[in-house]
Design a binder for this molecule. Structure first.
Ligand code: PGA
Length: 308
């Protein structure tokens, strides 16, 4: 369980049971939904027990095919989020659907872009600037997804420019990293993650790390149905946190959320999220089914909520 002693002590000492221990909290409206306990006998909610509040987000990629389908899917997903849902929720959606989806989900979850162009204006046909997105109320974007790295040939340097541009605009980025099957088999997971992290985050100061979420997505697990075991995910996430510690110090390493992505399903989510360094999930295929994604959002862990 991602419960730090400090978090528990804070919670016990607090008058309303809410522990604002995650610098990466989303919008104030999302925050307030989990901070509204008025009871004097404090019952800690599920999320307050996590040192880092879990974040589960869909990545729709080039789906669904029509606006009507996107509306239905967004409605279904929003309906599955309740006060008891144990995490912040997000959806990274194709540009044409962003505004509509945002209107449908309101402040129940954050809507983000699947990529950005690291420029603010000019002769970049097809480009999408973070300034444009921000003017529409979109404040999150993915960077470095393996499909963008391979299909669109985005380099670590380009991905770094995207991260820096988002941060410059006071926006949030989910930086995706992860090794190929070949690299996994050659035991290169640590070095690959280290290179991608260091290059992706180059020039980003510790002060801005509250705008950064990391997603570990082994390429061999994406869209293959071969989800990493909770043990593999935990061991890589631990390595990632150690690299973050080396780069930014222990406090920031402890506060940064590291999500797992790659064939996450309703069946695998509970085991993954039970691991102490797995702070959420980036979900592709399974986020296209509202019922299944609803189960993922409302994951269960073996730990039971505590009465204080
Ligand atoms: P998947 O995709 O869940 O379909 O494996 C994950 C991702 O690409 O982010």
């Amino acid at each position: 369980m991602k419960l730090s002693i400090a978090a528990l002590l804070l919670a016990i000492g607090s008058t309303n049971g809410f522990v604002a221990n995650n610098k990466q909290s989303l919008s104030p409206s999302l925050l307030s939904s989990s901070s509204s306990s008025s009871s004097s006998s404090v019952r800690l909610g599920w999320t307050e027990l996590f040192a880092r509040k879990p974040f589960i987000t869909g990545n729709w990629k080039l789906n669904p095919q029509t606006k009507t389908e996107a509306i239905d899917l967004a409605r279904g997903i929003a309906a599955s989020i309740t006060d008891k849902s144990p995490c912040d929720v997000g959806l990274f959606v194709p540009f044409p659907f962003i505004e509509t989806v945002q209107q449908i989900v309101g402040d129940k979850l954050v809507v983000g872009a699947e990529m950005i162009t690291p420029e603010v204006k000019g002769a970049f046909t097809g480009g999408i600037s973070p300034v444009m997105l921000k003017s529409m109320g979109i404040e999150w974007a993915l960077a470095g997804h393996s499909e963008r790295r391979t299909i669109n040939k985005e380099t670590d340097e380009y991905i770094n420019a995207q991260c820096r541009m988002l941060i410059e605009q006071e926006m949030n980025v989910v930086l995706c990293i992860g090794e190929t099957l070949e690299e996994f088999e050659k035991d290169l997971v640590g070095p690959v993650c280290e290179i991608q992290l260091k290059k992706g985050l180059a020039g980003i100061d510790a002060d801005d790390m509250d705008k950064v979420t990391i997603a570990y997505e082994p390429v061999w697990a994406i869209g293959t149905g071969k989800v990493a075991t909770p043990e593999i995910a935990q061991s890589v996430h631990q390595k990632i946190r150690a690299i973050l510690q080396e780069m930014y110090g222990a406090e920031i390493a402890e506060e940064t959320r590291v999500l797992y992505g790659g064939s996450v399903s309703p069946e695998s989510v509970d085991g993954l999220l039970a691991k102490p360094d797995v702070d959420g999930a980036l979900v592709g295929g399974a986020s296209l089914n509202a019922k299944g994604f609803g189960r993922i959002i409302n994951f269960q862990t073996v730990d039971t909520p505590v009465e204080v």
